[in-house]
Every structure is written in structure tokens, then in C-alpha cells.
Design a protein around this ligand. Structure first.
Ligand SMILES: Nc1ncnc2c1ncn2[C@@H]1O[C@H](COP(=O)(O)OP(=O)(O)OP(=O)(O)O)[C@@H](O)[C@H]1O
Length: 244
């Protein structure tokens, strides 16, 4: 069953064409990677899937909703069903880790404070942080802890779908591998479908089930990593050189 279906999507910024006729299908339970050279439009596609960016042609269907024909209420309901961990979506520096995680629960639910506190404590534990970390502010925690806190925030509303934009970028190799393990654990534990943009080859091989490679405005490959070695693209050959 497709959780996300992208059909003939074209994206333009002014006269500049970024995507031309993109087609891809993400199945329930996949950990699906969007790869490609810098500037090919991976983040833009992710932003289109979560309604933060408009495309100029084609259609995107997410969890059964056609994003071209969606009411305000349906869009709100859809936003509750996914979690997002974007590079730019940093934690609010004036709020503690726990307050950051509680934000979505306060905005989208009418749960009382005691219930919200309990859910926040559960999510802190789920991502492998200590309860005492919840009282700290973003400036007081490491890069790896910030990613975990942002992940706990993304998971606050028990999403079915998780969008991650270069989740291991900026992390040292140990923290990056730790984050990969966490993603795999959460995928199994929560039955999530995960869409991830990544440049991290180790992370790509350790976590992804399926990939789409965008290059020169098009999807030049969609499939498993096993078949990647048969592809003739210059980007694929250079990028995967170490593993071919
Ligand atoms: N809001 C915008 N207005 C104009 N151009 C934009 C906008 N957002 C992105 N772009 C351009 O679209 C292209 C694709 O950007 P995008 O961030 O999606 O690439 P990417 O593949 O994620 O890159 P990277 O791997 O470096 O993060 C870039 O050339 C970027 O400058």
C-alpha cells in the first residue's frame, strides 16, 4: 500500500526548473531515502510532501489525501499524522527540551498538563535521553542530544510518518551511528514509515530499504540499494564508489 505517491511533479522557482516529471511511490513501513547531488531538490520535495512548499504541476498523495484538493480541516488532520525533523527546524532556544516536546501536544490536543507531562516523559525516554535532560535548554545540550530532542518532538503526536532531512549531518561518527540505531529501533517499535534525505553513506546502507535518486531534475533511479551498482549515472558512480 502506498503511503506517499508522487506523480508527474514539476517544481519551478521563477523560471528555474527544479523538478521535471517526478514519480515515486513510498510504501507503508518503508525507510525510504531521497538522494542526489547538492541542490537537486531533495529538501524541496520533502517540503512539498508536508505542504510547506507548492509544486507547479502534477500531484502528491499522502496517507490517502490528494494535496491538490485538500480542505483546511483535512490539512490540519494530516499535519497531526506526521512528524518532521528538518535541518532548519531547530529547537526553540528559549524553551527547555521538555517544553519543546510539549509544543505540538499543546497546540493540537486538549490534553491537560499532567497528561502532557507524562507523554513528554515517555518520549524523552523513547529517544534515549534522561528525564533530567528535559529541564535543560538547547544551548546546554550536545548536537546529538539536540537531534534526539527534536526527534522526540517530532514523535510527540504519535505520527505514522516521519520525515527526516539529513538527520546525521553535523554529528560525530559515534553520535551519527547512535542516531541510525535509534531510527531503526523506532521504525520497528512504532511501525513508522520514514522518508529521509541523506548524504551519509554509512547511514544510507545501515537504515534504508529503498531509495530514489534525483539528478538533473528527474528521478534517475528508484529501487533497492542492491541494484545500484548496475546504474550508469555519473552521480551514482561517484557517490557510491566506496561501496561498489
Ligand atoms: N524558496 C526558494 N526559492 C528559490 N529557490 C529555491 C527555494 N528553495 C530552494 N531553492 C533552490 O532550489 C534548488 C534545490 O534546493 P534544495 O534545498 O531542495 O536542494 P537539496 O537537494 O536538498 O540540496 P542539499 O543536498 O545541498 O541540501 C536549489 O538550487 C535552491 O537554491
Amino acid at each position: 500500500m502506498s503511503i506517499i505517491s508522487v506523480k508527474n511533479v514539476e517544481t519551478k522557482f521563477g523560471e528555474r526548473l527544479i523538478h521535471e516529471d517526478l514519480n515515486l511511490d513510498i510504501k507503508k513501513g518503508d525507510i525510504y531515502g531521497l538522494l542526489g547531488p547538492s541542490g537537486c531538490g531533495k529538501t524541496t520535495l520533502l517540503r512539498e510532501m508536508v505542504m510547506l512548499q507548492k509544486y507547479s504541476r502534477g500531484s502528491i498523495n499522502v496517507l490517502g489525501y490528494d494535496l491538490n484538493n485538500i480542505t483546511h480541516d483535512q490539512a490540519q488532520s494530516l499535519r497531526r499524522q506526521w512528524g518532521v525533523l528538518f535541518q532548519a527546524g531547530a529547537l526553540f532556544s528559549s524553551l527547555s527540551v521538555a517544553e519543546n516536546i510539549a509544543l505540538g501536544l499543546e497546540e493540537y490536543t486538549d490534553l491537560d498538563k499532567k497528561m502532557i507531562d507524562e507523554i513528554v516523559a515517555f518520549k524523552i525516554n523513547l529517544v534515549g535521553l534522561k528525564q533530567s535532560d528535559g529541564e535543560l535548554f538547547p544551548s546546554q545540550i550536545s548536537g546529538g542530544m539536540k537531534k534526539k530532542a527534536a526527534l522526540a518532538r517530532a514523535l510527540a503526536l504519535d505520527p505514522k510518518l516521519l520525515f527526516l532531512d539529513e538527520p546525521t549531518s553535523g554529528l560525530d561518527p559515534i553520535s551519527a551511528r547512535d542516531f541510525d540505531s535509534l531510527i531503526l529501533k523506532l521504525h520497528e517499535l512504532l511501525g513508522l514509515t520514514i522518508v529521509m534525505v541523506s548524504h551519509d553513506l554509512k547511514s544510507i546502507y545501515d537504515t534504508l530499504d529503498k531509495i530514489a535518486v534525483i539528478d538533473n531534475k528527474k528521478i534517475i533511479y528508484e529501487g533497492s540499494l542492491d541494484n545500484i551498482k548496475n546504474q550508469k549515472s555519473e552521480f551514482i558512480r561517484t557517490f557510491f564508489k566506496a561501496n561498489l
